[in-house]
Design a protein around this ligand. Structure first.
Ligand SMILES: Nc1nc2c(ncn2[C@@H]2O[C@H](COP(=O)(O)OP(=O)(O)O)[C@@H](O)[C@H]2O)c(=O)[nH]1
Ligand SMILES: [Mg+2]
Length: 302
């Protein structure tokens, strides 16, 4: 009897598609219509508390996980063209890391108008020997550190520093903490990194600040998804990575958003945009719930 050989594409992929994929997506996503709806909602969005004109979203995670690329991706998705405004560094090339607390505004179309949310980009524990102190990150959450402050890895900011804000109000605080992880190295993340991320999360929680997780590089974690990004919610591998994220960080899966960042593309892609805008839309909603809850609250939780 002739020997049966599996199709070549199965040999390349570690599992046959039937075993690597669920029949139905476990998180529904309207790939064809969601993007336009989300853009429309975001374009008309205004914070639901007049004390806060602009939400501050903090992107926090290890070097190389794709934080700067998220800012580029969000910009690209809302502008409809690939933008490279934030230098993204190749870790292997050993280029410089973000030691500054830098905030990026997001321009609306070509008008001199901005979305009512900004992204603050900082690196994590291994950004340099000693890394950024947890204390400093907590001070950012509380609104004590002004933009463009350069972190000192051996000493937390002093109250005398010109970048120190002694009396922050709700508008100076972070309104959503976004932990960023890369799908292709969650299991290899060192315990000290996870420990610091958990400490930062606990502090955010005590302050009432909402949080989300963006899981980048889904293309690098699953060959099926690399070939077709729409399989992100049918891929068993990606679900497994999200569950690993949930277990290691302690964040429920429903707050984890998988994305593929713009990193080598020359034109925008509707599927990539849909995942990026879905993450952004949810983050903005969480921030809005937070500022609405704090409305008229004289004393912020400390
Ligand atoms: N394949 C792939 N590469 C990515 C993705 N996001 C970021 N990268 C690459 O990962 C490297 C580090 O990204 P960067 O944004 O500088 O990370 P940061 O240090 O956290 O700001 C860069 O070479 C990016 O091009 C992604 O979703 N997929
Ligand atoms: Mg960066």
């Amino acid at each position: 009897m002739a020997k049966w050989w599996p199709p070549l594409k199965w040999i390349k992929s570690p599992l046959p598609p039937s075993q690597a994929e669920y029949d139905e997506p476990w998180r529904p996503m309207e790939w064809r219509v969601s993007k336009q709806n989300m853009l429309k909602t975001l374009n008309h969005f205004q914070p639901g508390n007049s004390e806060v004109k602009t939400f501050k979203i903090l992107l926090y995670g290890s070097v190389g996980v794709g934080k700067s690329s998220i800012i580029n991706s969000v910009t690209s998705s809302v502008q409809g063209r690939v933008c490279n405004r934030v230098p993204s560094n190749s870790v292997l090339a050993g280029e410089s890391f973000t030691l500054e607390c830098k905030t990026y505004k997001l321009k609306k179309g070509t008008l001199d108008d901005f979305y009512p949310f900004t992204f603050t980009d900082i690196s994590g524990i291994e950004a340099m020997p000693g890394g950024i102190q947890t204390d400093d990150i907590v001070k950012i959450l509380r609104g004590h550190i002004n933009d463009d402050y350069t972190f000192n890895p051996v000493k937390s900011i002093s109250e005398e520093d010109p970048k120190y804000n002694r009396y922050p109000t709700l508008k100076d605080r972070i309104h959503c903490l976004v932990s960023v992880l890369s799908a292709n190295n969650i299991s290899m993340m060192e315990d000290n990194v996870i420990k610091q991320m958990k400490e930062v999360r606990t502090n955010a929680k005590n302050l009432g600040i909402p949080e989300a997780v963006i899981m980048t590089k889904v293309d690098e974690a699953c060959p099926l998804v690399k070939e077709n990004l729409e399989k992100v919610y049918t891929s068993k591998k990606i679900k497994e990575k999200m569950e690993m994220c949930c277990n290691r960080l302690g964040v429920p899966v429903s707050y984890i958003f998988p994305v593929k960042n713009y990193h080598e593309e020359r034109t925008t892609n509707s599927t990539m945009d849909t995942l990026i805008l879905d993450a952004l839309q949810n983050i903005v909603n969480y921030a809005n719930d937070y500022v609405q809850d704090q409305a008229g609250n004289e004393s912020l939780p400390t």
